[in-house]
Design a protein around this ligand. Structure first.
Ligand code: DX5
Ligand code: ZN
Length: 227
C-alpha cells in the first residue's frame, strides 16, 4: 500500500501560489486545494478561476477538496477544468451518486469526505462510486487546528469497510496531520495524508514532506491492516 502525501496550499502564501506549488513538486504526490464558500464552513478561500490558473503552473496533480454547500453544482466543473481528484462532502451533497459519477465521467478521481461527527457506515453502499474516502481529523474550515484523536476508531472502521468492499479506495486524512500525529493515522488505516501547516510553516517544505512520508511508511509497514 503506497503512502501518498498531499500538501495543502491553505497554509501557503496565496499571492505566490505557483512558487509554493513548485516548492513541493519533486517530493509530494498531490497538491491539496481547499475550496471554501463561507457557507458550508465559516471561511472563504478560492474557487474555480484560481484553480484554472494553478493548473497552468502546477506540475503536481490537483486534489481539490470542496467545502461548499453546492458540490452537486460545482464539482463537475472542477473535474472538467483538469483537477485530477475532486472530493465532495457527504453532508452537503444532495445527489452524491450523480455527482460522483459526473466527476468520474469528466476524467477525475471522485472523493467523498465526512466531518469528524459524521458516521461512515451510512455511505458504505457508495464505495463502488468512490475512489477516495476523506475522513476529516479536524472540523473543516481552517488550517493549524489540533488533530482530533476521536476520529481514529472511525478510521479503523473505514479501513475495514474498504477491505470488505475489496476495491482500491484510498483513505485520506486531513487536519492536524504532522510529525506528531501521522503515525497514528497510518497505523489506523490512512494511506493519503493531507498536511497544511506541517509542510508550509516549515522552513523547508520539501524536507517536511519527506519526513512525513518516511514516518507514514514506517508506521504502515508495522500496521496489521496493511499486512
Ligand atoms: C481544513 C482543510 C485542510 C487544512 C489542513 O479544513 O481541509 O486541508 O489545510 O491544515 P492543517 O494541516 O494545518 O491542519
Ligand atoms: Zn482539505
Amino acid at each position: 500500500m503506497a503512502v501518498q502525501i498531499s500538501p495543502s496550499i491553505l497554509s501557503a502564501d496565496f499571492a505566490r501560489l505557483a512558487d509554493e506549488a513548485s516548492a513541493v513538486a519533486g517530493v509530494a504526490d498531490w497538491l491539496h486545494v481547499d475550496v471554501m464558500d463561507n457557507h458550508f464552513v465559516p471561511n472563504l478561500t478560492l474557487g474555480l478561476p484560481v484553480v484554472e490558473s494553478l493548473l497552468k503552473h502546477a506540475t503536481l496533480p490537483l486534489d481539490c477538496h470542496l467545502m461548499i454547500e453546492q458540490p452537486d453544482r460545482w464539482a463537475p466543473p472542477f473535474a472538467e477544468a483538469g483537477a485530477r481528484n475532486v472530493t465532495i462532502h457527504a453532508e452537503a451533497a444532495r445527489a452524491p451518486v450523480r455527482t460522483l459519477r459526473a466527476i468520474r465521467a469528466a476524467g477525475a478521481r471522485a472523493g467523498l469526505a465526512v466531518n469528524p461527527g459524521t458516521a461512515i457506515e451510512p455511505y458504505a453502499d457508495l464505495l463502488p462510486e468512490v475512489d477516495m474516502l476523506l475522513l476529516m481529523t479536524v472540523e473543516p474550515g481552517f488550517g493549524g487546528q489540533p488533530f482530533l484523536d476521536l476520529v481514529l476508531p472511525k478510521l479503523r472502521r473505514a479501513r475495514e469497510l474498504i477491505a470488505r468492499h475489496g476495491g482500491t479506495v484510498w483513505l485520506q486524512v486531513d487536519g492536524g496531520v504532522s510529525e506528531q500525529t501521522i503515525e497514528r493515522c497510518a497505523a489506523a488505516g490512512a494511506d493519503v495524508f493531507v498536511a497544511g501547516s506541517a509542510v508550509y510553516q516549515a522552513d523547508d517544505p520539501a524536507a517536511a514532506v519527506q519526513a512525513l512520508r518516511q514516518q507514514a511508511e514506517r508506521a504502515t509497514s508495522h500496521a496489521a491492516w496493511a499486512g
